[in-house]
Design a protein around this ligand. Structure first.
Ligand SMILES: [Zn+2]
Length: 498
């Protein structure tokens, strides 16, 4: 019955969508013809005018550790603004990714550039090729030295090292190839109907990654594209998709995911995951639509359990996307949780080496904890509880309070066990690095709440950590403090004074 109060008569849909698209600036007229003024102005002034025209109404501001960027226009313009406004952060993030990729895989950076150039680039839609070229143009306008192959390889930092490289090494029988396994990133849930306080959707996610990358995962992207829908998502400098992932589009689709642990599979002829996930968030008007876009050209990279919500219908979903098998579960009354475990028996058996019976591993222990919380708080789940869940420090396997490698808010640097299923050694500097929550009502206003650093608010300090754990000295040039920050609301289109 809650749905009937929200249903809009079908006949009104096109009108509302059109009005919404107009209000969000999706349909924009052509840019003023700059050539008219260029002929009458000196070169330096003309250059300035051209720069201003490309930057349009884009802007950035900093808030509680996050960098909010508003990007708007054609694919080339969005890319240029991204590259220009975040040039320093992209160069810095690139150095971290480059160091990790080379260290972890034993392949030189040229290997990743070649993969980006020969394998990934030709499969990318012209729209996103234009955006990626725009990022490079924006970077270069700021004096950065990165080129297109660097930027494409950076965009694929979640799929090349842990999906493509193991496939490549096996195929080429690479001597001394390291053991590489797909990462386990994140603790997330989506709930609806009788599980939530308002009977609408609540969705939340915290990003598990190494702290070096996590400290840089601080961009809040507000994108108004020429085609498709406005997007609000968190993200990583220089990358066109959220990648951790958490986002909402102006039509009403809410998206997050957690990766499938110990997944094996790669299709070199497929479309990069970073492109498909961006396209799905930008264009999807329903859960089935989202799934369809993600499946077009599936390359197996960054294989995830997608947790989805459609605020117009109240429906939620788990979409488990392997390469050989995919499966979709939907409901208008229930919940789906994610903590890096596969759910479909065929995906588990054919595409992973994951042990669903090892209750001591991080993925299964967090799964248990999620189910406990959903049961305990059924009918009460709201934004505040979602924040609390993402900051939860109860180890459901050890049955005790205290942040470790098995708690929803993970602090693996405190654990002598590490997380063996992801090749995270003892005291690995990784875990939950930031969190985001939203609900149907906030998403309708293109709003979300995010917290940078551990979602519990505790700080991590690099210097004492490295002094105690010199085995991670190789990260010295990229590992930084992650100070605690407060939960902070962000809304598409907002501006704040510095
Ligand atoms: Zn914590």
């Amino acid at each position: 019955m809650r749905l009937t109060t929200k249903l809009i008569p079908g006949a009104l849909f096109p009108v509302i969508v059109a009005l919404g698209a107009f209000a969000w600036g999706v349909h924009r007229g052509p840019m003023p013809a700059m050539s008219l003024t260029v002929t009458a102005t000196p070169p330096a002034a003309a250059q300035k005018t051209r720069l201003e025209a490309r930057l349009k109404s884009s802007y950035r501001f900093d808030e509680n550790g996050w960098i909010f960027v508003h990007l708007e226009g054609t694919p080339e313009e969005i890319g240029f603004q991204h590259g220009y406004l975040l040039a320093a952060e992209i160069e810095d993030a690139f150095k971290a990714v480059q160091l990790e990729d080379v260290h972890d895989t034993h392949h030189p950076w040229s290997f990743f550039r070649t993969a980006a150039h020969d394998m990934l680039w030709p499969k990318i839609d012209p729209e996103y090729q234009a955006e990626l070229k725009g990022i490079v143009a924006g970077l270069q306008a700021k004096g950065a030295k990165l080129d297109l192959d660097d930027v494409v390889a950076l965009n694929a930092f979640e799929e090349l090292p842990d999906y493509y490289v193991p496939w490549y090494d096996a195929r080429h029988k690479t001597a001394g190839a390291p053991h590489l396994t797909s990462p386990g990133n994140c603790s997330a849930f989506v709930a609806t109907g009788s599980y939530t306080k308002n009977h609408d959707i609540v969705i939340a996610h915290n990003n598990w990654t190494n702290y070096a990358n996590g400290e840089r995962w601080r961009i809040m992207f507000d994108i108004v594209p020429q085609h498709g829908f406005r997007i609000l998502m968190d993200g990583f400098p220089g990358v066109i998709t959220s990648d951790d992932d958490f986002g909402e589009n102006a039509y009403g689709i809410m998206v997050t995911e957690t990766t499938i642990s110990q997944f094996n599979g790669w299709n070199p002829d497929g479309v990069p995951e970073f492109e498909r996930s961006r396209k799905a968030l930008q264009y999807a008007t329903s859960i089935t639509d989202y799934v369809k876009i993600m499946n077009e050209g599936n390359n197996g990279g960054y294989a995830n359990d997608w947790l989805l919500g459609d605020r117009r219908t109240g429906e939620i979903a788990r979409f488990e996307q392997g390469l050989k098998h995919t499966r979709l579960w939907t409901t208008k009354d229930g919940y789906f949780v994610g903590s890096n475990f596969p759910s479909d028996s065929e995906v588990t058996k054919d595409e992973t080496t994951f042990n669903v019976h090892d209750m001591a591993n991080s993925a299964n222990a967090r799964h248990t904890r999620w189910d406990e919380l959903m049961k305990q708080y059924k009918g009460k789940i709201d934004i505040q509880l979602a924040e609390q869940f993402e900051a939860d420090h109860f180890d459901a396997y050890a049955k005790k309070e205290g942040a470790d490698q098995r708690t929803l808010c993970g602090h693996v640097d405190t654990s002598r066990h590490g997380v063996p299923i992801w090749d995270w050694g003892p005291y690995y500097p990784g875990g939950a690095v930031q969190g985001k929550v939203t609900d149907s009502e906030m998403a309708a206003r293109m709003s979300l709440i995010a917290r940078l650093g551990h979602p519990c608010g505790e700080s991590f300090y690099a210097k004492p950590f490295l002094a105690a754990h010199p085995e991670y000295d190789w990260q010295k040039s990229i590992l930084r403090d992650m100070p605690g920050h407060p939960w902070t609301t962000f809304t598409a289109g907002e501006t704040r004074k510095q």
